[in-house]
Structure formats: structure tokens, C-alpha cells
Design a protein around this ligand. Structure first.
Ligand SMILES: Nc1ncnc2c1ncn2[C@@H]1O[C@H](COP(=O)(O)OP(=O)(O)O)[C@@H](O)[C@H]1O
Ligand SMILES: [Mg+2]
Length: 244
């Protein structure tokens, strides 16, 4: 679905990605793990057009590396950013409606009931809270809303940046069941970025490890989670706390 070749990302003179190549297979969950500052968010921002970058990003065969964020979103790539970024002063329903601008335009009047029903069926909590303002939701509900808003765009690919961040273990487990549901039932291709390596590799079919802007290890998740280097740095009892 997406093939990336020799991708570099920059913030001024800082080079956050130093020549990355990877493949996001259609219909699968691919994950990218790595510690804080490795470049995970920069990779997602590069795909969705939100940071300065060079290289090749082929989406269904065409290079999207030079496109604006709006064009990339319109093609069917939905980005759920780190920290959710929902609109605090809009209701849950209005936040979801924002997701439809990719195909309805800003003032479009085509109906979106079907998409809304789909999201409400996936996250019944959002239906219950439809008229509540964004700021009043719990962290878990805000994450559901951010994912729901992305689904409203009718995407083909979902980019998820650290969905587990700051959430309680039970909430995380519930959320990850939904992420698997979205992949299996809606056949959506997912790129999942996580510092929580254990959880990410349990969820994903294929895993990439990113360290200081470079991919150092890759393979089917089952294989990567048994790799001695991954166990030592990301899973073992001596792994740094911020890598769990
Ligand atoms: N807006 C920014 N301006 C300058 N440097 C940035 C910016 N965002 C990220 N960086 C730097 O780029 C590198 C990768 O960051 P990031 O992609 O956010 O990592 P991760 O998501 O893996 O924690 C880090 O060294 C970080 O300090
Ligand atoms: Mg990040």
C-alpha cells in the first residue's frame, strides 16, 4: 500500500530521519517501535505531508512525497496524531464531522449518517457523549474520538501515533481490541507507532525498530519480539522504563 525509499526528514538543520526504507502492506497492521526521540512521529508526519522531507513515498504506486497534507488526506491517508488533538470547544459529533471534510468539502451537504453510525457502533461511548464538548472527555474517550474522526474520512490507511500514551492498562486493552477490529472488519491498512513495544508487537503483523532516525531491525512481529537485541533494549527486565 505504501512503500518508502530513502526518506529523510528535517527540522531546520536537525535531521530526524536519516534514509529510511520500509513497506506498509495492504490490509495488515505494521508497527514501528522505538524510544523517545527516535523519529517515529517524524515518519508519520512525513507520510502525511506535515514535515520537511526528501526521498520517495509511494502510495498505491504514486509518489506523494511532495504533496500538501490536504492532498494526502484527500487520497485516503488518515493521521491520528500523538496527543489526540481533538477540538476541545466542539462537541463529540462536531469533532467527528470535521473528519468528513476530505470528501464532503468544508461546507458540503452530502449525508454522512452511515459513517457516523459506523463510528458510534465501534465506540458506543461516543454515541452516549455525542453532544458533550471535547474537553470534558477522559483520555481514553479522547483517543476514541481522534480515531473516530480519522475513520469519518473514509481512509484506506490509518496512521496511529502512540494511541496508548497516558492511558490506564484496562483502557489500553479495550482500545487495542478496537484497533484490531478496525483492521480485521474494515480491512483497513494500519501503521501503528508505539513506545509500548510489547503491546505493539502483539498487535502488529510486521515490526520495524527505529533508532536515532534509522531502521535497525525488521521482520514479522513474532520474529522481532524474540530477537535478543529487542528483548534487551525494549522488552527485558533491564530495558529502560521509558521504552516499556
Ligand atoms: N518541531 C521540531 N523541531 C525541532 N526538532 C524536532 C521537532 N520535532 C521533533 N524534533 C526532533 O526530531 C527527532 C525525532 O523526533 P520525533 O519524531 O518526535 O521522535 P519520536 O516520535 O520517536 O519520539 C528528535 O531528536 C526531536 O527532538
Ligand atoms: Mg512521537
Amino acid at each position: 500500500m505504501i512503500t518508502i525509499k530513502n526518506l529523510h526528514a528535517y527540522y531546520g538543520t536537525i535531521e530526524a530521519l536519516k534514509g529510511i526504507s520500509l513497506n506498509i502492506a495492504k490490509g495488515k497492521i505494521t508497527c514501528l517501535i522505538g524510544s523517545n526521540g527516535a523519529g517515529k512521529s517524524s515518519l508519520l508526519k512525513s507520510i502525511s505531508g506535515a514535515c520537511s522531507r526528501t526521498g520517495e513515498i509511494l502510495f498505491k504506486g504514486s509518489d506523494i512525497v511532495a504533496l500538501t497534507p490536504q492532498k494526502v488526506a484527500n487520497l485516503g491517508v488518515a493521521h491520528v496524531p500523538e496527543g489526540r488533538h481533538i477540538f476541545p470547544g466542539l462537541t463529540v459529533k462536531e469533532n467527528l464531522e470535521v473528519g468528513t471534510v476530505t470528501w464532503r468539502g468544508f461546507f458540503g451537504n452530502s449525508p454522512y449518517n452511515e459513517e457516523l453510525e459506523d463510528v458510534y457502533n465501534l465506540f458506543p461511548r461516543l454515541r452516549e457523549r455525542a453532544d458533550q464538548l471535547g474537553w470534558s472527555l477522559s483520555g481514553g474517550e479522547q483517543q476514541m474520538l481522534a480515531i473516530g474522526r480519522a475513520l469519518m474520512a473514509r481512509p484506506e490507511v490509518l496512521l496511529l501515533d502512540e494511541p496508548s500514551m497516558g492511558l490506564a492498562p484496562l483502557v489500553i486493552a479495550e482500545l487495542f481490541d478496537k484497533i484490531v477490529d478496525i483492521n480485521r472488519k474494515k480491512h483497513l491498512t494500519i501503521l501503528l507507532v508505539e513506545q509500548n513495544a510489547k503491546l505493539a508487537m502483539k498487535t502488529a503483523d510486521y515490526t520495524y525498530v527505529l533508532e536515532r532516525g534509522k531502521i535497525t531491525i525488521e521482520g514479522p512481529s513474532e520474529q522481532v519480539r524474540n530477537d535478543a537485541r529487542v528483548i534487551q533494549s525494549y522488552l527485558g527486565k533491564f530495558a529502560r522504563a521509558d521504552r516499556n
